[in-house]
Design a protein around this ligand. Structure first.
Ligand SMILES: Cc1cc2nc3c(=O)[nH]c(=O)nc-3n(C[C@H](O)[C@H](O)[C@H](O)COP(=O)(O)OP(=O)(O)OC[C@H]3O[C@@H](n4cnc5c(N)ncnc54)[C@H](O)[C@@H]3O)c2cc1C
Length: 473
């Protein structure tokens, strides 16, 4: 009974930045486990390993080819096919590694960085693998002095594992097509995501033909072992970090919905309860991919930032209704079990380079900003700018006001339509005259974040002092 009373009191107080006398009297808070700081040196070392791997893969193609093979009919095309095939498959593995959420990479690059890398590498493996299929078909047709279409039939039906490899390439092309911005915009995110998962299947289907037919592998047991080890290692990392760790973490903390609080029109906070939440190493500004285990929602995980630091036994996210998933969260029943992947993101105090900070939030971007602010040292004298179209959209404003006061900072609320209230360079400098002595943290919808980052760069804020989290894919 006493325990229940204590819980109820704490639940009321959770999210408040100054503790109520009752809470201070009754509750002793365990020290939170802090996440390890990011280690850029490790990521640089990993980049070197990836670069060396690519060099070795390319070199392997050259050593597997003799001069007479190259000058025979079709030899040049087959060589180009082998080169593009191996390089393309290698880069596809790197792409899988990039999204496998390896913690030390995640902590340095964050969601925005990983997506940027993913997007810039993505066209390469697909283009190289299409080129591989074309070169090999042309080369084999030239060598056999047959027509291209006849050769396609021969390759697919008579060569081992080639049918599987052809299906794999088809799947990769499908993923490429749905990833084009114009197509992606027309698809539901869930459909897009499910199609994206076929990449794992495509890679698995293509594996055997590489080992069975690739000149770098046939009769070369050492390269077979090394290549297989690279694939198994990648699969192991994906299984560990994308599936194993989230399952273990979710079981360990036994997360469940405790309460849904209305914060404003279309915005609700979901208070999550759980065991040992003081041991959940999460920084302010980070996010989890949340899976609410109801009949209709268990199969989809969406990213939402924490809007307050965990205080055992609670954790909080705050969500604006924009579509099916976010709307359904406002109707969650207490007791609903929750699974999480994460925490993810580099939008944290660890990114700070200067002693002072400027925090800017557009709309619902205020969630990540609120927890980041709570995590900043009291000496950071933050300037906080909240941008919203309507007064009632300024959710969590009281909590932010209190946190700013505790840190002797300044809060500016810019409310109104974009035409009427424009956060341009002049206004930014007027509100923050010492802009160059601060780190800029900006969070919100993609357009807002892009605009602000461009503005800061224009005003010569150094790149390493600009940190952003866009609430978009
Ligand atoms: C790192 C990060 C942190 C976020 N934190 C918050 C937060 O604290 N509070 C909040 O209200 N929103 C947050 N979002 C946005 C939130 O994930 C989407 O609004 C939500 O997933 C929309 O799902 P839906 O089914 O309701 O809407 P949909 O109709 O599916 O989509 C509406 C819009 O949201 C985008 N979206 C949909 N699903 C996702 C997804 N899984 N990842 C990214 N974008 C998506 C779509 O591209 C579309 O533009 C965050 C997004 C990211 C990437």
């Amino acid at each position: 009974m006493a325990v229940n009373e204590q819980r109820a009191t704490r639940l009321e107080d959770y999210g408040r930045t100054s503790r109520s006398p009752s809470e201070t009297r009754k509750t002793r808070h365990a020290a939170r486990t802090e996440p390890a700081p990011p280690r850029p040196a490790l990521v640089k070392a990993a980049l070197v390993v990836v670069g060396v791997g690519l060099g070795a893969t390319v070199a392997q193609t050259f050593t597997a080819e003799t001069a007479s093979q190259f000058s025979a009919a079709g030899g040049a095309a087959i060589f180009a096919g082998n080169l593009t095939g191996l390089a393309g498959t290698y880069l596809a593995l790197v792409m899988v590694l990039l999204v496998s959420r390896i913690p030390f990479v995640e902590r340095v690059l964050g969601q925005d960085g990983l997506l940027r890398w993913h997007r810039s590498i993505a066209p390469w493996p697909l283009s190289l693998l299409i080129a591989h299929a074309l070169f090999i078909t042309v080369g084999y047709a030239q060598a056999a002095r047959s027509g291209i279409w006849h050769q396609v039939g021969v390759l697919v039906t008579q060569y081992p594992y080639m049918l599987l490899a052809t299906i794999a390439l088809g799947l990769m092309c499908l993923i490429g097509i749905v990833s084009v911005r114009a197509v992606r915009r027309r698809l539901r995110r869930e459909t897009w995501w499910l199609i994206h998962l076929y990449m794992y299947l495509a890679l698995a289907l293509s594996f055997a033909h590489v080992i069975a037919l690739g000149p770098s592998f046939v009769g070369h047991p050492l390269t077979q072992v090394l290549w297989s080890a690279a694939w198994l290692g990648t699969a192991g990392l994906v299984i560990c970090y994308r599936f194993g760790l989230p399952v273990v973490r979710s079981f360990r903390h036994r997360l469940h919905v405790v309460e849904v609080r209305k914060e404003g029109p279309d915005v609700a906070s979901i208070i999550i309860g759980g065991r040992d939440l003081d041991r959940l190493a999460v920084s302010g500004g980070q996010f989890f991919c949340w899976r609410f285990l109801t009949r209709n929602m268990w199969w989809q995980a969406h990213p939402y930032s924490i809007s307050a630091l965990p205080r055992a036994p609670y954790l909080r996210l705050t969500v604006k209704r924009v579509g099916d998933h976010s709307a359904a969260l406002a109707r969650l029943k207490p007791g609903t079990p929750v699974a999480v992947e994460g925490p993810y993101g580099a939008f944290t105090k660890h990114a700070q380079r200067q002693p002072r900070a400027l925090l800017v939030a557009g709309g619902i971007g205020v969630t990540a900003l609120r927890s980041l602010l709570e995590d900043l040292p009291r000496a950071s004298a933050p300037v906080v700018i909240l941008r919203a179209t309507r007064e009632e959209d300024l959710v969590l404003r009281d909590e932010i006001g209190e946190l700013v006061k505790q840190r002797r900072g300044r809060l500016h609320e810019l409310v109104g339509s974009r035409d009427r209230v424009r956060l341009d360079e002049r206004l930014l400098l007027r509100l923050v005259p010492d802009l160059h002595k601060r780190d800029l943290f900006v969070c919100g919808p993609e357009g807002f974040v892009t605009e602000l980052v461009a503005m800061a760069k224009n005003l010569r804020v150094p790149d390493e002092c600009i940190h952003h989290e866009a609430f978009a894919l």
